[in-house]
Ligand binder design. Structure first.
Ligand code: SF4
Length: 223
């Protein structure tokens, strides 16, 4: 991609300069997209972990459709634990890998029914179908615990901004943990998802009208 080819030209920054730019960008993101109220009020913590597990390799609109259909029929761990695989497959068909995910969310419901939802990454990744992304996002959106929830928007835009130089979301998560002040962790996912949807979509970022363009490694090259 163009941003991958160009990022080397953006120049190297000292740790201090980078830290100041990241903090300045976070303040602008907060001003534009709202405060650090990451917890999703309309879903329970159980629904949040299930919806996030459904979202892997799936467009937001399809995740929302599948989650709505699933929770209309099985809103709790107790109910979903007793569901048939065929019925859950039918309800979550809009998401990618729905057959595997149907088995995983039923298994997840059975575990949560017995032990509750862990509030640590190490505990969450023990649940069926829960990787680091789902674990981090569950802490943020189910419990309001600061964590680094890295989806495709966060991975792509934090590379464009020059905050990280990484190839996978897992690398990005670890790199961002090291450089983003913890007081911004709750907001990062929400802010960069909104920024990706409104201003900086993949392959056609609107750098000319972006409020981050003076703080963005890629934006500085093209504006
Ligand atoms: S300047 Fe804004 S729109 Fe352009 S790449 Fe950077 S964050 Fe995306």
């Amino acid at each position: 991609m163009r941003w991958m080819r160009n990022k080397e030209k953006a120049g190297q920054k000292s740790g201090k300069e980078k830290e100041e730019e990241i903090a300045a960008a976070c303040r602008l993101l907060e001003r534009h997209y709202g405060g650090l109220k990451a917890v999703v009020k309309h879903w329970t913590p159980f629904q949040t972990v299930v919806a996030t597990a459904l979202s892997a390799r799936t467009r937001d609109v399809n995740t929302a459709k599948a989650a709505k259909q699933l929770f209309a029929n099985y809103p709790t761990a107790k109910k979903l634990a007793k569901a048939s695989v065929a019925e859950v497959e039918k309800l979550i068909k809009p998401v990618g890998m729905y057959k595997t995910k149907a088995r995983n969310v039923i298994g997840l419901a059975k575990r949560v029914e017995k032990t509750g939802i862990p509030k640590t990454i190490s505990g969450l990744v023990e649940l069926p179908g829960v990787g680091r992304k789902t674990a981090n996002c569950t802490l943020v959106y189910a419990f309001g615990i600061p964590a680094m929830c890295v989806d495709t928007h966060v991975h792509r835009i934090s590379n464009l901004l020059g905050w990280v130089e990484t190839k996978t979301p897992e690398q990005t998560e670890r790199a961002l943990r090291a450089i983003v002040p913890k007081k911004y962790w709750l907001g990062i996912n929400d802010w960069l998802v909104k920024h990706g949807q409104r201003v900086c979509p993949a392959n056609r970022p609107k750098c000319g009208e972006c409020f981050l363009n003076k703080l963005c490694a890629y934006g500085k090259l093209v504006v």
